[in-house]
Design a binder for this molecule. Structure first.
Ligand code: G4P
Length: 290
């Protein structure tokens, strides 16, 4: 589900989330493991205003295992706690409340010191569209929660869902807008389907995927498109032509020809993007820690 975000929506969504935060003990920031940096919105930090935060990397089944491990190490070296899940199968989901509970230890101790009995950990899931917020909420709830329209500003009565013995989760996630001032980030978001591809040039997204595969996942190209001799990129302007030649080759192999024998670039692009999203090219991460 893609949302059209306007400055008014953003301001309103931000205000609502800051308001909600008063009821919250822990923020669960959800990202897509294929694009762990590009699927974040830096606003989470500001909205959370010092509350403990858990960065949950979802869709680990769609990402490169080694890259996911590297990202986890990098985030943790920056002091960010990370938890890995596949919300579709439930992998890693049952241990999430424990990870959350760990983060509230200090709050609970303070309450106990004052003679209060600490309540359950009240958590809110935050994230940009399509990272899997609804899927994770349903998993944690163990049932299907009625889906709200993916619209900022449209609210329904929110409810707390009890998850295990220690956690209570708001059944409505906080939806943040994707941030893509940086063109590379835009390509990552479009390639994974987090933003409408019409926002960017179709062929550009496919070329970005091709380039990433040539650099990091050559066997995906050889296996899927039977390319025998892969070209090398050398970081010069000639790379663009190299990529276009490769594009042509895939187009010919796939029969994406128009009259006159010209390659139908839109169709080739569609095939590559579809193959990537449906994991026919494998589980590929699109960005790495610096
Ligand atoms: P959102 O609330 O953050 O917008 O995301 P949502 O839960 O709607 O999930 C977006 C898409 O990602 C859904 O696919 C969902 O099934 C898929 N998804 C969520 N978590 C995972 C995961 O851990 N692994 C994989 N492989 N997929 C995940 P969809 O194509 O929109 O719908 P459908 O496939 O469920 O029909």
């Amino acid at each position: 589900a893609n949302i059209q975000w306007y400055p008014g929506h953003m301001a309103k969504a931000k205000r609502q989330m800051i308001e909600k935060m008063k009821q919250i003990d822990v923020v669960i920031e959800l990202v897509d493991s294929r694009i762990p940096a590009s699927s974040r919105n830096p606003l989470v930090e500001e909205i959370s205003s010092g509350k403990p935060r858990l960065l949950v990397m979802n869709k680990i089944d769609m990402a490169d295992r080694q890259a996911t491990a590297d990202w986890k190490d990098t985030f943790e070296s920056e002091g960010v706690k990370v938890h890995l899940v596949n919300s579709q199968t439930g992998q890693g989901v049952s241990t999430l409340p424990d990870a959350v509970h760990h983060l509230t230890a200090e709050r609970r101790r303070k309450l106990e010191d004052k003679g209060f009995r600490p309540h359950a950990d009240r958590a809110l899931i935050l994230g940009i569209p399509n990272v899997g917020k609804s899927t994770l909420i349903n998993r944690l709830a163990g049932k299907k929660i009625a889906k709200i329209g993916d619209r900022p500003g449209i609210t329904k009565a929110q409810q707390w869902i009890k998850v295990g013995m220690t956690m209570e989760l708001l059944d409505t996630p906080g939806i943040l807008w994707p941030k893509f001032d940086d063109p590379r980030v835009g390509l990552c978001l479009a390639a994974t389907g987090a933003i409408k591809e019409e926002l960017l040039d179709f062929q550009e997204i496919a070329l970005f995927l091709l380039k990433t595969m040539l650099q990091h996942y050559q066997s995906s190209l050889t296996n899927r498109y039977q390319i025998e001799k892969l070209p090398k990129l050398n970081g010069t302007e000639a790379d663009q032509q190299t990529l276009i030649d490769l594009f042509d080759e895939i187009g010919r192999k796939r029969g994406c020809l128009m009259s006159g024998g010209f390659i139908d670039y839109d169709r080739v692009s569609e095939i590559i993007i579809r193959d990537y999203r449906s994991q026919k090219l494998g589980s590929l991460t699109l960005e790495w820690p610096q």
